[in-house]
Design a protein around this ligand. Structure first.
Ligand code: GLN
Length: 193
């Protein structure tokens, strides 16, 4: 059975755990460096990126997570994507693993939260490929720029980037764990070796 960690310091890690169970993967809640042992990949949930970063520092997880990312797949959703990125243009603890520039809370107050149907070509191998992915955005960041060999997986109709991939790293501005659609989780599992 595949073992996938979910960083469980703060945020909506329980929803990711539930989806992993549905996909017959063994989820492991990660709060301490030694819990990364034997995992094949890691999900960093949504929440508050400054809090996740601070707690990761307090629990001695920053360097172990960077080390883990050199070998293994990591997916960050929303705050997790911010934490995974290499640049948020402000001073807060981040992993700096993925070559994306992220802008936090990019949608302003009026549209703090919204939903959008996205066409994501990478999900094409799934049996429901013709159905758009219903994406839930909550005080979401946008990915301003993908750099190096990072590439865009999904954008809004106005072209703002909301999902990206770089090798075994995945970042989404939205929250697939808050839907019943498991396709994004399945796609992440396909990046795990
Ligand atoms: N606004 C949060 C942050 O900047 C992210 C929100 C979320 O994860 N839903 O960290």
């Amino acid at each position: 059975m595949m073992k996938i960690g979910v960083l469980a310091l703060q945020g909506d890690f329980a929803e990711h755990v539930n989806i992993l169970k549905r996909l017959k993967v063994e989820p492991v809640e990660v709060r301490l460096p030694q819990q990364l042992k034997d995992l094949q990949g890691l999900i960093i949930p949504g929440g508050e990126s400054t809090t996740i970063g601070k707690l990761a520092g307090d629990f001695g997880l920053l360097e172990p997570l960077r080390e883990f990312g050199r070998q293994h797949a990591i997916w960050g959703t929303c705050a997790g994507a911010i934490f995974l990125s290499k640049d948020v243009r402000r001073d807060q603890p981040i992993l700096g693993l993925m070559d994306i520039l992220v802008q936090r809370n990019a949608f302003g107050r009026q549209v703090d939260s919204f939903e959008a149907d996205l066409i994501i070509p990478e999900l094409k191998n799934s049996p429901r490929s013709e159905i758009p992915f219903h994406a839930i955005f909550i005080r979401a960041p946008i990915i301003e720029k993908v750099e190096a060999d990072a590439r865009v997986l999904a954008a809004l109709p106005d072209k703002r980037i909301v999902a990206a991939q770089q090798g075994h790293f995945l970042a989404t501005s939205f929250h697939p764990e808050l839907t019943n659609d498991t396709r994004f989780h399945e796609y992440f599992l396909s990046l795990v070796d």
